[in-house]
Ligand binder design. Sequence first.
Ligand SMILES: NC(=O)c1ccc[n+]([C@@H]2O[C@H](COP(=O)([O-])OP(=O)(O)OC[C@H]3O[C@@H](n4cnc5c(N)ncnc54)[C@H](OP(=O)(O)O)[C@@H]3O)[C@@H](O)[C@H]2O)c1
Length: 255
Amino acid sequence: MTTAQESTGETAADDRKVAVISGGSKGLGRALVERLLEEGWRVATFCRAQNDFTRTIAEDRPDAFFWAAADLGEPQSLRTFARSVTERFGRIDLLVNNAGVLHQELFLTTAPKQIDALITKNLTAPIMLTQACARVMTRGGGGTVVNISSINAIRGYRGVTAYAAAKAGLDGFTRSLARELGAFNIRVNSLVPGFFDSDMTAEVTSTNRERIQRRTPLGRLGNVDEIADAVLFLTSSRSSFVTGQSLVIDGGITC
Ligand SMILES: NC(=O)c1ccc[n+]([C@@H]2O[C@H](COP(=O)([O-])OP(=O)(O)OC[C@H]3O[C@@H](n4cnc5c(N)ncnc54)[C@H](OP(=O)(O)O)[C@@H]3O)[C@@H](O)[C@H]2O)c1
């Protein structure tokens, strides 16, 4: 992991809760960073490179925001990231495994290296990060984990087999981990979004977009705030008796 670009600021000695959001520079991750900061959390995030958003927040809110470069393709480096967060903020109360990577290609022509990379980035990396963060949560008396899955985990779509396998794996991980961590007062849930507007869906062709809209009872793609609302529900006391579940937020496309 590269730490040279870590945002600067004083080590906070306060008791505000700490959220770790992977991939907080854009899309859903960025919405979660903004909304959790607004709600008074301290927030730590990583992605591969700083952008204007993370740079500005790091400058404006050094007491409450921590960014470091890390790559899902190197899952072991995420332990170093979790250690840096703990050194900086002293605790971890929430982990949202948000960062994900989509590569669309038909299965029969996908190179083994590509399959391996998709499983590593979308499944192994969040599992490793969860282990590092959950150990810290157990020492703090509890916490919450939300894994961002996809409707690709529960419905078949052409061209996304390895991504779908990884996301389905994440849902299985959620259920079994909830069994293990309930005794530590840690809740673990999956959020299963349908299509929503972000960089990830920016390349959807207009034909495919129309097809998605036609098949969606609500007649449109979602927006990041609607997905963030559901994540925040799973992180809040309003879901205090919910664990081991997968919550589908998709405008009805899978119903
Ligand atoms: N958009 C959809 O329609 C949709 C539907 C279902 C599920 N999802 C899931 O929702 C989550 C968020 O999606 P999104 O659409 O908000 O994605 P996005 O806009 O593409 O943002 C992805 C974030 O992850 C980071 N990231 C990407 N590759 C990374 C890597 N190798 N290492 C570290 N960070 C990396 C990106 O920053 P850098 O590129 O700078 O590293 C960025 O911060 C993902 O798990 C996705 O699979 C999305």
